[in-house]
Design a protein around this ligand. Structure first.
Ligand SMILES: [Ca+2]
Ligand SMILES: [Ca+2]
Ligand SMILES: [Ca+2]
Length: 409
């Protein structure tokens, strides 16, 4: 468990401090509400085994002997989701394409849609073509509580859709419906629109479930093929499909399933100072100024094969829908039905501890471009413009309460 590794690091630090004679600096080990990586309580022995195997696979660093590349972004899941928290901007990945008269061109002949900017020795990495007009730079989101998010029924999410802003609040959440790859296993209760399925994972809600997200991460982020999707990505500039010399598939379906179970059984982030008066005041303001219209405080799960996930409240602070956030956050990179200005409402749970695993500096937004929560709010335009201006009209103490509330999540 990474949790154990965190503790081991902590004990190692303690030993070091002890040897330096700085006993007064010794603090308690990290509290449960300061870390992301912890399993749900009460897993069965089989679930716990899959969780631990999945944890190990999540931490596995691939190399040329185990299937890395030929082109890739990073060698391990954990590099972009450190301690299952969010990624440092140095591990951001880039997707690209260009707007044309006939629609958006993902520039496959230039290596689109994702720029794999690293490669194994002797093989050329991809280059960002200068013709690209839509360039989407993204960091890894926190990777916990996702079993709960997956178990929210489609209907629950779709209830909050308001594509034509019928209720006139300036906010028009839209669902992203995306095609399912033919290997994808889908629960039978999925809602189908025009042959497509509701996307809910990823920064533009393009992945339908955790299996899809995991298989595509292996493939596109690490150049690792799986039983589900055994076809490698090559740099098209090379003109052939000779690559890493490791027979495909490089990772078994069992390992992929363990990673999925691992993600499903990581508990949600725990709150801190939930009932402090300032936090409670901020929570109230969060609703009255309209943040909660997108950052929906709570949804409920439906049935689940994992007992702990069934019929539970999910305090994620997101509607999982797409919103136009205006020009400053725009990447001009459409994905599925999401436009170049739309993003999925970022879940806010865990927000207060994103810095714990990033050397003390938090990085917010899809590309980690700011460490300042007031600036995050300032960058909220488009459908969020009303909430943004109401925030800046608040008295300074009220603004501080709202920030204190965000940090308690
Ligand atoms: Ca490979
Ligand atoms: Ca590529
Ligand atoms: Ca291979």
């Amino acid at each position: 468990m990474r949790h154990q590794q965190t503790l081991i690091r902590w004990y190692a630090g303690l030993a070091l401090l002890g040897s330096l004679g700085c006993d007064s600096l010794v603090t308690d080990p990290p509290q449960d509400n300061q870390i992301f990586d912890a399993p749900l309580d009460g897993l069965t022995a089989a679930q716990l085994k899959a969780h631990l195997d999945g944890d190990e696979a999540f931490g596995e660093a691939f190399n040329t002997a185990t299937g890395l590349g030929p082109v890739f972004n990073q060698t391990a899941c954990v590099n972009c989701h450190p301690d299952e928290g969010r990624g440092h901007p140095s591990t951001n990945l880039t997707r690209f394409g260009r707007a044309t008269a006939d629609g958006f061109d993902y520039m496959l002949e230039f290596g689109g849609p994702q720029l794999q900017d690293r490669s194994i020795p002797g093989y050329p990495a991809e280059q960002l073509p200068f013709e690209a007009t839509g360039i989407s730079v993204r960091g890894g989101p926190i990777a916990v509580g996702l079993g709960l998010i997956e178990a929210i029924p489609d209907e629950t999410i779709l209830t909050n859709e308001d594509p034509n802003d019928a209720n006139g609040d300036g906010i028009s959440g839209r669902a992203n419906f995306v095609p399912a790859p033919e290997w994808l296993e889908l629960s039978p209760d999925k809602i189908i629109r025009d042959g497509m399925y509701l996307g809910r994972f990823g920064r533009k809600a393009t992945a339908i479930n955790l299996l899809q997200q995991t298989v595509s991460a292996y493939k596109a982020d690490m150049g690792v093929t799986t039983d589900f999707d055994p076809v490698e990505i090559f740099n098209p500039a090379v003109g052939n499909t000779v690559g890493d010399n490791v027979p495909d598939p490089e990772v078994s379906a069992e390992t992929v399933r363990n990673v999925v179970i691992y993600l499903q059984t990581l508990r949600e982030p725990l709150r801190r100072n939930e009932n402090a008066p300032e936090v409670l005041a901020g929570k109230q303001l969060f609703t009255t100024i309209g943040c909660a219209s997108c950052h929906l405080p709570e949804m409920q799960t439906g049935p689940s094969a994992i007992r702990q996930l069934a019929f539970k409240p999910v305090r994620l602070y997101s509607d999982l829908l797409l919103h136009d956030m205006g020009p400053q956050l725009a990447d001009h990179y459409p994905e599925g039905q999401a436009s170049g200005t739309e993003w999925r409402t970022a879940p806010l749970w865990g927000l207060g501890i994103v810095d714990n695993l990033l050397g003390g500096t938090p990085f917010y937004l899809h590309d980690g471009s700011t460490s300042d929560l007031t600036e995050v709010i300032d960058l909220h335009m488009g459908e969020a413009a009303g909430a943004r201006s109401r925030f800046f009209e608040l008295a300074e103490t009220d603004q501080m309460s709202l920030i204190a509330f965000l940090k308690s999540l």
